[in-house]
Design a binder for this molecule. Sequence first.
Ligand SMILES: *[C@@H]1O[C@H](CO)[C@@H](O)[C@H](O)[C@H]1NC(C)=O
Ligand SMILES: CC(=O)N[C@H]1CO[C@H](CO)[C@@H](O)[C@@H]1O
Length: 433
Amino acid sequence: MKLTLSLWAAATTAAAAQQLAFPGAEGMGRFATGGRFGEVFKVTNLADSGAGSLRDAVSQPNRIVVFDVGGVINVESRVVVSKNVYIAGQTAPGDGITVYGDGWSWSNANDAITRYIRIRMGRGGASGKDAITIAEGARMIFDHVSVSWGRDETFSISGTAVNVTVQDTIIAQGLETHSCGGLMQTDGGISLFRNLYVDNNTRNPKVKGVNDFQNNIIYNWGRGGGYIAGDSAGQSYANIINNYYISGPSTSVTAFTRGNQNFHACRKPCPHGDQSFNPLTGRIDVKDNFYDPNTNGELDGSALCESSTCYSDIDFQDSPFNYPGPETLHSPQEALDIVLANAGASIVRDSIDTTLVNEVRSYGLDGSLIANEDEVGGPGVIAGGNAPTDSDGDGIPDEWEKANGLDPNNAMDGMAVAENGYTNLENYINSLV
Ligand SMILES: *[C@@H]1O[C@H](CO)[C@@H](O)[C@H](O)[C@H]1NC(C)=O
Ligand SMILES: CC(=O)N[C@H]1CO[C@H](CO)[C@@H](O)[C@@H]1O
């Protein structure tokens, strides 16, 4: 009996360790657990702090955070996230949630899952700080986040952080004068898949250490640089695969800069470009990084050569580093379509993301030049909407409980683990997207 129990416990632990954060979670942060073994917490108001606020929600560990409200949450100081917190922005009614006014820290917020939320820092935020900072901690995944207006960096991961994924996210409009996409530099590993970097002067991103950069779109970087490779004494091991760099009106330098022989990098597939026929589009897809420097209003980039004139002075590898890559690797052209259609908090795109995506679609003609978010109308209007009825308060609406064999009057079934390894609450929130 004892043996059976401990075998069962071991099996459960092993299964939990391999459970994806959510279906579609990819890369090094894909096993973050979020609040799976904790409790549900409902955000019930748009206040900066106090009971039922988002700040209150993330201040304690082991929570799945769902929203009864949509709209703009104005914050006057940085928001700090605890361990094991799943922020399920996709549950917010109306046009979802924008957090405006200052930045966030996920430092030490192990096992964070963050989805479908807009984080817009702005001029009022602490100077010298990032819109999102992670300096330590392990296993975090950011999915469909829109982050903008960082005063220092916009989205930066550095220090001792381990196993972090940023996927399907928009990283935009770092405020001048610094105007940075962000540092992505840890030895513990960062995966960046299908993100849109737009309107940042420099660091789109700046990479050091262990990094997997695939299917990203980078538009209208400035005089500071697009992808900045290492430029330090430390060793870097990076995949740079099937990304698309498109110059805009602010762009005055080439897509890849700096780098040295300590920067070991592979573009897919190493060492020379590969061509494959795509039966869906009837076209030959070149698997490589693309660059469209001519700002002529057309998408007409081409594959980058493998030399220091294209990539700066890096050490080319013969094969990609064996990191957990995206489930599907797209050609740069396909990645562009997917990112423009889906990246960011895209259930409802706000005015900012809509403008940013339209800028990219101008293929070189438009790009915003701002040092203050007021120039683009601030965070805009985000409709509030109404939350569906949830009689037992377990975070799952009555309708969904009935449709899925749960009891709308039993608050205990929300955090019960279903056969697929997710709690019923996670199955509900994951079903929304
Ligand atoms: C990071 O991921 C690797 C590969 O899955 C794993 O071996 C390692 O234990 C992880 N580290 C942490 C701190 O989660
Ligand atoms: C919002 C903002 O400051 N964007 C800047 C991003 O970088 C470009 C290129 O230098 C600048 O022109 C923008 O002002």
